[in-house]
Design a protein around this ligand. Structure first.
Ligand code: AHR
Length: 500
């Protein structure tokens, strides 16, 4: 493959919020994840300091919370104040102690240095309850809820800028699901009250790549919305936990931008693309494992629906397949940065997250290092490079049909100050290395070339407690010269940085 780069051929400037994360009250993401007051590894606020340190390295820009399906029967007042009453979470069928609520969430966001992004209850909740939450977070002192926040110890407003109305309210599994005809009006009334409390907030609403649903929403609410929210998971294993292997995962990567194209098309058709952007605020290769939860038939015994959730904690499931997929999807998000302004990996810790948290420490899964590479070593100006020729790899797609994809997936970037060019290159070939010629003569770079390679001994390599097979190696490739060739290892994710 030959990749030709022209720093003037710019697709756009990537919003740093494409590297966002998601945290839900599910299994051990919150309790036993980021929040563990009894742990010697936690600070005075009960937040795990080793988690905070690892997350800060990723420079996470935004953290969506508290759900996800959980939100659709959550009442935020249960999670504030001195006395917290445990509540039965009707979605995930467990008792939520409510000891981690809005104040603790905002403290966690401050600790990791990111923007809060609150998803509100459009299932059993009301528009007034949503706007009361905005009062609690954003009003200075006016009214009962701002005064409540002050009484709870926070004199200054939390200044939560990003809010979403609802989560997947189009889905039959969602508590308090809405019909297409109900949704637009419901969101409009919520948006009206929220913006009456704080007209400076940016507002999203639950949507999906469906013209009818989105048309109903946008026709009634486009004047209130700044974002439209969609989600996607590719490996459909929420009932089985039977994680697809490397080649199967590559077979899922042929249409990664399909849903973005569908939603953008409607925004374009309605003339809204310059004002409403896509918030891809839940994405992961793997569905979360929670058998008999999002089905009509609910499990009866805990062994049927609750204890199997520990299967998400099997770190051997998260391999270089997850890393190569996540790099491929981050490339798609970057290439679509003019219409996708936010994305949240789902979730941040435990379940399918990039960090596994256990009582004595943490494990950095392969996807953690992908975010480390992209957040810390890629430019924010996305270039329209030209990839010619190159090897391909043929694998079976989910239907079993053969699909042929380029062996290497390349994203080219630079910085506004032009000090370097950085390429993200991942290999979808689990067996062979592939050569790549880099042509950026126009940039006449004279600087050195550095290659950071995330990999393990095989495509199935993973990290676990006391077992580190996946890590980043750094190589100095010397000075750039015209026609420079680089070999890309199988099943690897790489950043090639070329100083100018
Ligand atoms: O499997 C987890 C769920 O996936 C989230 O709670 C929801 O938003 C999505 O459907």
């Amino acid at each position: 493959m030959k990749v030709t780069i022209d720093a003037e051929r710019r697709i756009g400037v990537r919003d740093r919020m494409l590297y966002g994360q998601f945290l839900e009250h599910f299994h051990r993401q919150v309790y036993g994840g980021v929040f563990d007051p009894g742990s010697p590894l936690s600070n005075g606020d009960g937040l795990r300091e080793d988690v905070i340190e690892a997350v800060r390295r990723l420079d996470v820009p935004i953290l969506r919370w508290p759900g996800g399906c959980f939100i659709s029967s959550y009442h935020w007042l249960d999670g504030v104040g001195a006395e917290r009453e445990p509540v039965f979470d009707k979605m995930w069928r467990v008792e939520d102690p409510n000891t981690f609520g809005t104040d603790e969430y905002v403290k966690f966001c401050r600790a990791i240095g990111c923007e809060p992004y609150i998803c509100t209850n459009a299932g059993t909740g009301t528009q007034e309850e949503m706007s009361d939450w905005v009062e609690y977070c954003n009003l200075d002192h006016e009214g009962r809820y701002a005064r409540m926040r002050i009484a709870n110890g926070s004199r200054e407003p939390f200044a939560v800028k990003y809010w979403s109305v609802g989560n997947e309210n189009w889905g039959a599994w969602e508590i308090g699901a809405k019909t297409r005809d109900e949704w637009g009006h419901f969101v409009r009334e919520a948006a009206k009250m929220i913006k009456h409390v704080d007209p400076t907030v940016e507002l999203s609403a639950a949507a999906l790549p469906d013209v009818d649903w989105n048309l109903g929403l946008l026709r009634q609410c486009s004047d209130y919305l700044d974002w439209i929210s969609i989600h996607q998971y590719w490996d459909a294993i929420h009932e089985t936990n039977n994680a697809s292997k490397f080649d199967q995962v590559v077979g899922m990567m042929t249409d990664l931008d399909g849903n973005i194209v569908k939603v953008r098309g409607l925004l374009d058709a309605l003339g809204l693309s310059d004002r409403i952007r896509i918030a891809f605020d839940e994405w992961n290769l793997r569905e979360w494992y929670h058998p008999k939860a999002v089905t009509i038939e609910q499990g009866v015994t805990k062994d049927e629906y609750l204890t199997p959730r520990d299967g998400n904690d099997d770190n051997s499931l998260y391999t270089m397949a997850d890393a190569v997929f996540s790099a491929g999807f981050l490339n798609v998000l970057n290439r679509n940065c003019r219409s996708v302004g936010m994305a949240c990996f789902s979730p941040l810790v435990n379940t399918r997250g990039c960090i596994f948290v256990h009582p004595k420490g943490i494990v950095l899964r392969p996807t953690y290092f992908v975010f480390d590479l992209y957040a810390n070593h890629l430019g924010d100006v996305v270039l329209d490079d030209w990839c010619a020729g190159g090897d391909t790899v043929t694998v079976a797609d989910p239907s079993g049909a053969d699909v042929t994809v380029p062996a290497l997936d390349v994203l080219s970037t630079t910085w506004e100050d032009g000090h370097a060019v950085a390429l993200a290159v991942s290999s979808r070939d689990r067996a062979r290395a592939h050569g790549m010629e880099i042509s950026l003569d126009e940039l006449a770079p004279h600087g050195k070339v550095t290659m950071l390679t995330l990999n393990g001994p095989s495509e199935e390599s993973y990290n676990d407690i006391g077992h580190t097979d996946v890590s980043i190696a750094t190589r100095d490739l010397g000075a750039y010269h015209p026609g420079m060739r680089v070999d890309v290892d199988p099943h690897s994710v790489n950043i090639i940085e070329i100083q100018r």
